[in-house]
Design a protein around this ligand. Sequence first.
Ligand code: NAD
Length: 541
Amino acid sequence: MGKGFFNVPVAINEPVKTYAPGSPEREDVKKAYTKMFNSKVEVPMYINGKDVKTKNTRTLSPPHDHQHIVGTYHLAEKQHVEEAISTALEARKSWSQLPWEQRAGIFLKAAELIAGPYRAKINAATMIAQSKNIHQAEIDAACELIDFLRFNVQFMSDIYMEQPESTSDAWNRIEYRPLEGFTYAVTPFNFTAIAGNLPSCMALMGNVVVWKPSDSQIYSAKVIMDVFKEAGVPAGVINVVFGDPKMITDVVLSSPDFSGLHFTGSTEIFKKLWKQIGNNIETYKTYPRIVGETGGKDFIVAHKTANAKQVATAIVRGAFEFQGQKCSAASRSYIPKSLWSDVKKYVIENVNSFKMGSPEDMSNFITAVIHEGSFDKLSSYIDQAKKDKDAEIIVGGNYDKSKGYFIEPTVIVTTSPKYSTMCTELFGPVMTIYVYEDKEYSNTLKLVDETSQYALTGAILATDRYAIEEATKVLQNSAGNFYINDKPTGAVVGQQPFGGARASGTNDKAGSAQNLLRWVSPRMIKETFVTPTDYRYPFLG
Ligand code: NAD
């Protein structure tokens, strides 16, 4: 152990760069984008500190230009997953014993690498792989990931400081051990920051990891691994495997040493994994920790005292930034009749002013959705809305997948508050609005609470404090992140710890010490200074 009680650097949020015309960061990212877009990357897996290539490869293409190939990646066979597990367990012997300040040093260095030399590269990779515009890439791949890395070190230190009371004759100490075995990180396509955070926060707490990124995020996952390597994460501590998620997961979850799942993705997959872990429970040496952040059907409720322009802005930013592919993206709104004509006018004006196309052209606010599966799902819901009597599309409604998977931001107004797109997570740029009678505010709040299985984010816009208070109470269990007079997206690490309940996840709040606590198993040590020598208590006379 270190000979001193070390203070960690005070974590601060990484300032978001503007990328305004003429700024140096804009030139840097444009250069990186052009270079990466016009060359071919080969992405091996990374096991035991070595690049692993197989005979089985798949190509990488940007969603906004799906016939253009930017590289290939290598897919795992069963033996690679087994090797990732055994190598992680071997690495655990040294990694779990390494003093915490050494682990902290590695991940703080990773944060600075992303803030500096890797910033343009990780942003460009996210623009290419996930079709984020530069602002969305910057707040995710650069700033949020940097924040996770810095704040997690602070949270780790806070956790270690949390100690029980002692007395003059007994000293009580808690040591926060890493989990016994190895952990499994399964990450989604939509946030490079989440992809980086899930494996690294477990490793920071002394665990070893098998990480399976999403097939739609491989390019930016590669940059994350390059950063971790350069920052000094030792061989075997984080092992990356790509490929068939079911095969990989079957191998991982059948290992007796599996000790924790850190998942972010859809509700359906998380429930499957939970069941599989349950079915294998006799296999494991320890009860696995299960953390999952999953789907959402996030809402905006306006009260009649809200400002129509503010409501419209919350709707268009909340629903359409990154094409609505944020777990927190607003996808259902409840607007009082008296505000509706103004809100409608502003929403239509805003949406009609959006430019859509490749993220390379920085004047584009909207780019493509992630893949053909998502495109087909979204277009079928839009087609259905065109046919349904209780739905009307007031703006958008077109789509085109000839070059990229482009779906126009679409606003549906429904007369049925339980219309399918009010309840189902579509994960794309589709907002459905229900207009309610002003006097029905209280009933509308109940409706909001009862309409979906999810409880991730939601927002109330109002100036009347009684209305705000009522919404805050009635919607207590409807959202893990609740916003007053704001859009329901854009949580910042260290400021708004993020996560939802019900079908939205285990609510272990990414970006907080609560999450990191799941990746340690405390050992209580009591040391007695006056050790008894006689079993008889005084009461025995
Ligand atoms: P997804 O569920 O399709 O994929 C997530 C991960 O699970 C990927 O790595 C994928 O390969 C893997 N996977 C797929 N099938 C699997 C299987 N049978 N066994 C094991 N792993 C499997 O999700 P996605 O499309 O990448 O991301 C979008 C979803 O993630 C949305 O539902 C969104 O709401 C959710 N999400 C939630 C949060 C949150 O914090 N609550 C954050 C981001 C995304």
